[in-house]
Each structure stands twice: as C-alpha cells, then as structure tokens.
Design a protein around this ligand. Structure first.
Ligand code: UD1
Length: 423
C-alpha cells in the first residue's frame, strides 16, 4: 500500500487550485436517475469515491462517461433500469444511499443495501426512511436491504419534520420530491452549500424548489425532469484543509476558487486563532498573523456551524497553539481517531467521549502514523508539514477518496512531500 512521506519545516507560498466538491458531486450524480435526458457535470473532482458512484450508477443501467481527464461527467439514464443497489458497492461508500430517493421517484420501487457502519460511527438511515414513508413509501428491511415501494407506484408530497438536519436525508427527500405528486415541505432541512448546489442543478432540470439554504425547503412535484449541464460547486472541505496549511507552516497561500460564504464558522475560528483570510478576485489569501497560533474552542455543528469534516485538520493546527483548546464533536460519535496518531507526534491531547482537550506544544516531531479515515489522513499530513523531521502516513487510500493530486498541490507551494509506492 502506498504511503506519503512529509518532511516538515519550511513556510508555504504560492497558489493552490481547489477542485469541485466531492460531496456535491456524489449527490449530483444520482440526479441522472431522475430524467431520461442527459445530465452533464463540469468541474467534477478526480477521486476514487466518484469512480465508486460511477460503478454504482452503471450497475443500475445509467451511462456515465468521464471526459476531459475526469473533469466532466456526461451521464444518461434512458430506458429500463435496474433498481437494486448491491451491497458489494454500497458497503464501500455510504453516499451510495443517495440513489434511494431518485430510484423510488423514477420507478416507484427500489432495493438498496444498507451501507453498514463506518469508521466514524454507526450512521443509521432512519431520517431518510421516515421521510420517504411520509411520502407514501412502504419500506422493509430484509436481507440487509431496504425494500422500498411507493403506494400506487408514485410518491406523494408531504410535510416532513427532520429531528436532525441530516445532509443525506435532505438530498434524498429533495430528489424524491421533484417527481412526487403534490408539494413536499422539509422542515429542519440541512443548509450546506452542497444542498444549494443540488437544488440549483435540479432547477436547471426543471424541478420546482424553493428555500434551499434555509431550514425550510419546499418542492413542488413535476411530471418530468429534462437534461441539463451543471458546474459542481467548489469543495469547501478541500478549501478549508489547504487554508490550514499556511496557517500551520507560515507563509502565504492563495486558494483559487475559494469563497468566504462557503466556510461559515470555520473562518471565525481561524480569525480567533490568529490567521488572516482575505478575499481576492481569484479566491482567498491566507497567512498567519504575527506570533504563535492562539488556542480556540471548536464545536462541530451542521452548516453554517463548524464542519465535522474539518475537525481533524483544525486539531492538527491547535496542537501547536498557545494555550488549551477544547474540541467538541457533535455530529459523529467516533471521530477522534486521529488524536492518538497526533499524540505519537508529540501532541498533548486528552479525549473523553466526544470532547478532546488539546494543550499546545512548541513543536511536533515527525513519526510513522496511520490514516484511519479520509479527513484524519489529511490532518496527519498537515501536522507532518509543521513537524520536525520525517512523517510517514500509511494507508493513503483514504486520502484518494477525497483529495485529488494532494502531493502535486502541496509541493506546488513548497512543501516537501512525496508519495511512496507500496508493495
Ligand atoms: C454528509 C457528508 C459527510 C459529512 C456529513 C456531516 C456526503 C457524501 N457526506 O454525510 O462528509 O461529514 O454530511 O456534515 O455528503 N443520522 C441519523 N439518521 C439518519 C441520517 C443521519 O441518525 O437517517 C446521523 C448520522 O449518524 C450522523 C449525523 O446524523 O451522526 C449526520 O449525518 P448526515 O448529515 O446525514 O451525514 P451524511 O449525509 O451521511
């Protein structure tokens, strides 16, 4: 297995281009199932998760063609399709569950494997299934698969109150509701930029959606959606990750395509930690203010709160801050697996349940470490960039799920980083 070797030390200077959002692309791709006409996505990221979704859609009968080195995905789903999403693919990636709403809306039934647990927690699907049940679906769990059937072969609009602003459930219900009979209202909907991006694409396909980006989304069902071309929104998590690189190492880096609006509370926390963020005509320029990073407390929350997907990377920054920071993880129950790895590099971290207390040390020291999930792996790279000596991050296949060309992007701003091919 490949690993990444980082030699810490120098400041970073230059520009990093930010790709289209993985999480937006993974929900936009299943939208092809809602129409017989072609859906084309531009600004797609080149990632293994996108390949997994391509495989899943192909197994259902969609045609997905990757053009321009993967930056454009031309999709088409005409004629008869298969409605069974197999465990073999779904278990690789939880976002596979995003085919449930579109399949049910198009065919009136669907059989989708439950994804199972993942490293960061149990991640049930009750909010998705309760919402679809309100829309007239009957859903049973048999042989590890959700068997869903719309009463009368067509979903009906409903008022759905989410107990929690789940991103995936908002996306599934929103897609299902575009072709339902009547009006669906989602209360306590997720407000993430990826939701707004999906709504924008669905509107371009002829859907009638209002209120995306607010806690109440209203979808008026239509008979048919048509083809469209849509540009995937910038990846705010890749953006935030690379904003932390000059914050940790010093120097000044411009993130091309970055926008403050995508970042919510993350920017406020950077400011409190002593990091300058300036909007330019090409993106965002980030540099550390004078002196050492200051400790800040962070609680992860749905957007516009601090994103759970940037918690591990923020922890890497706070390991060398002046003072003690408290990080509270409120979205996933088991998302501090990077902490023991950071401690192997000399960090002072105490984890109690969903709370991590980080007391800053002057300097981290390089060490061999192991990536446990996607965001944990990049946090270890960030920590390695600022550490004394060499850090080798093993199991980088996690990284390939969510970061394209990480070595090229970081070495382009002066980082000493290389990928070592494994056996
Ligand atoms: C999406 C993102 C993921 C991010 C997460 C939270 C994608 C492909 N993935 O995941 O990167 O970390 O949002 O911002 O977009 N929950 C339930 N029942 C449900 C659904 C969710 O209890 O039916 C719980 C989950 O277990 C979790 C929390 O709600 O604890 C958040 O989940 P959700 O917002 O649904 O995240 P995902 O859509 O899976």
């Amino acid at each position: 297995m490949d690993s990444i070797l980082v030699k810490g030390g120098g400041a970073l200077n230059g520009q990093i281009p930010i790709a289209g959002a993985k999480n937006a692309c993974l929900t936009l791709m299943p939208a092809t199932l809602l129409s017989d006409e072609p859906l084309t996505l531009t600004n797609a990221p080149r990632l293994s998760d996108i390949k997994t979704m391509t495989q899943l859609l192909a197994s259902l009968g969609a045609e997905v063609t990757s053009l321009q080195d993967g930056k454009v995905l031309a999709m088409s789903t005409h004629g008869d399709i298969n409605t069974r999403a197999e465990y073999d693919i779904v278990r690789k990636m939880r976002a596979s569950n995003l085919v449930l709403g579109p399949l049910l809306a198009r065919e009136g039934h669907a059989e989708v494997s439950l994804p199972g647990g993942c490293a960061i927690g149990a991640r049930p699907m009750d909010i998705h299934t309760d919402g679809l049940t309100k829309m007239g679906a009957e859903i049973d769990l048999r042989d590890g698969y959700l068997h869903a059937k719309a009463d009368g072969g067509k979903l009906k609009g409903a008022v759905i109150d989410f107990p929690f602003a789940s991103v995936g459930a908002t996306e599934n219900i929103m897609m299902a509701a575009t072709l339902a009979k009547g009006t669906t209202v989602i209360n306590n909907a997720a407000r993430e930029p990826e939701i707004v991006d999906l709504a924008t694409c669905l509107r371009a396909m002829g859907a009638q959606i209002d209120g995306d980006g607010t806690p109440t989304i209203t979808i008026q069902g239509v008979d048919k959606l048509h083809g469209a071309t849509h540009r995937v929104v910038t990846d705010r998590i890749e953006l935030g990750t690379y904003m932390l690189a000059p914050a940790i190492c010093g120097g000044e880096v411009e993130l091309l395509g970055g926008k403050i609006d995508l970042l919510g509370a993350f920017c406020e926390k950077l400011d409190a930690a002593g990091i300058n963020v300036e909007e330019t005509d090409k993106g965002l320029k980030v540099a550390r203010k004078n002196g050492r990073i200051r400790a800040v407390d962070v609680t992860t929350e749905p957007f516009p709160g601090f994103p759970t997907d940037l918690q591990a990377q923020m922890m890497a920054l706070l390991c060398t801050a002046e003072g003690t920071s408290v990080l509270e993880e409120k979205i996933f129950e088991n998302r501090f697996m990077h902490a023991p790895e950071l401690m192997r590099m000399g960090a002072d971290i105490d984890v109690q349940g969903g709370t991590a207390t980080v007391t800053g040390v002057e300097k981290l020291k390089g060490a061999p470490v192991m990536a446990t999930d996607l965001r944990a792996s990049v946090s270890l790279i960030l920590a390695g960039l600022a550490a004394e000596g060499e850090t080798r991050v093993a199991r980088v296949y996690h990284l390939d799920r969510g970061y394209e060309h990480v070595v090229r992007k970081l070495s382009g701003v002066g980082a000493n980083i290389e990928r070592i091919a494994g056996d």
